[in-house]
Write a protein that binds this ligand. Sequence first.
Ligand code: SF4
Length: 436
Amino acid sequence: MTAHAPVPAEGCGPSVQRQRGQHAVFCGLTGIIWMHRKIQDAFFLVVGSRTCAHLIQSAAGVMIFAEPRFATAIIEERDLAGLADAHDEIDRVVDQLLSRRPDIKLLFLVGSCPSEVIKLDLGRAAQRLDRLHGGACRVLSYSGSGIETTFTQGEDAALAAMVPGLPRANGEAPSLLVVGALADVVEDQFRRLFSEMGIGEVAFFPPRRSTAMPAIGPGTRILLAQPFLAETARLLEGRGATRLAAPFPLGAEGTAAWLAAAARAFGVAQSRFDATIAAPRERAIRAIARYAPQLAGKSIFFFPDSQLEAPLARFLANEAGMRLTEVGMPYLHRQHLAQDLALMPPDALVTEGADVDQQIDRCRAMKPDLVVCGLGLANPLEAEGFTTKWSIELVFTPIQGFEQAGDLAELFARPFNRKARIASLTGSKAEAAPCS
Ligand code: SF4
């Protein structure tokens, strides 16, 4: 065993208050926006309503120059007698799509929340279509319904749907599996660092191509790259894999501790680990420090939205000097987030679940300098004079790892800069902040 960075004890950190009530978040279909970019031979066929089609097209944009890799099969209002027709319609659409697009190797039927879609058994439809097309294209299904907790669960559901089909690893030789969609540039950086440490057997899930699925077995050690993958991790553990406890790789502190968890599991010598991370860690610390004048001492309030709130709050408090007021999370996985919570200031108010009206009241009373929230809340809060940051941006932007730590800090400095620019244009009084 080597020392590396100490693992914070589970159960330390702030206490968590639970709340129940209305929440205001996007649905799981949103995950298609980053998932279709990640798995380059996959296609996401939403089975939904016109609302679903509008959401996915306006959020993901229309692909003009490339063949699209997502679409919506619109199921109109119909009674139970019409369900057989709906299945025929799905079969017809899939046949048409796959005969025109032989490049698609993995097709997801994505369920949604309109009642006419809920009545359909998409799991069975996927099995049937997989039998028909399985040689050329795997067909899986998952739900992106807005009835689930939050929008990042779309990724969890998509990855979970792939787990049963992952190949079985031969033997018990140790291998590392990084779980959670990461930008390719971030994946490449991590791969280099693991290689410099001497950890050779490394795979990423989801893979860039569906034909390169990682093998799973008792030797697999999983390192979660995203904090919203409860079901995927549970299924991988069910296949014999072991999860490595670590904070999430945000900021210099989080990335060092995340890499250290892998180094410990693979018996990397402390000196080799230190030599591998020394320069990039230093670069990360310097990059974050550039934004300290804008962020240090400022208070921040998180509405529950992306499930990234705990590691973000830990990063902003410990590395950027921000003051946490409330850290709201739609759902808190006690084991997966234990290390991030243990590293957070113990006096932070951490809430799980949502009661959006009460949270708005608390936010107004606390008057934070910055509010992180979903798009639906951002505009009304801006109109009240709050400075806001859209939480969804933090899922779309590469923020993990040492080289992205400065960009992560900059994302939180940007709203202050924007406010200062508007103030200088309109002549109104606002706190001046240097532009990045
Ligand atoms: S799945 Fe539900 S919440 Fe999402 S766009 Fe469709 S109707 Fe709206």
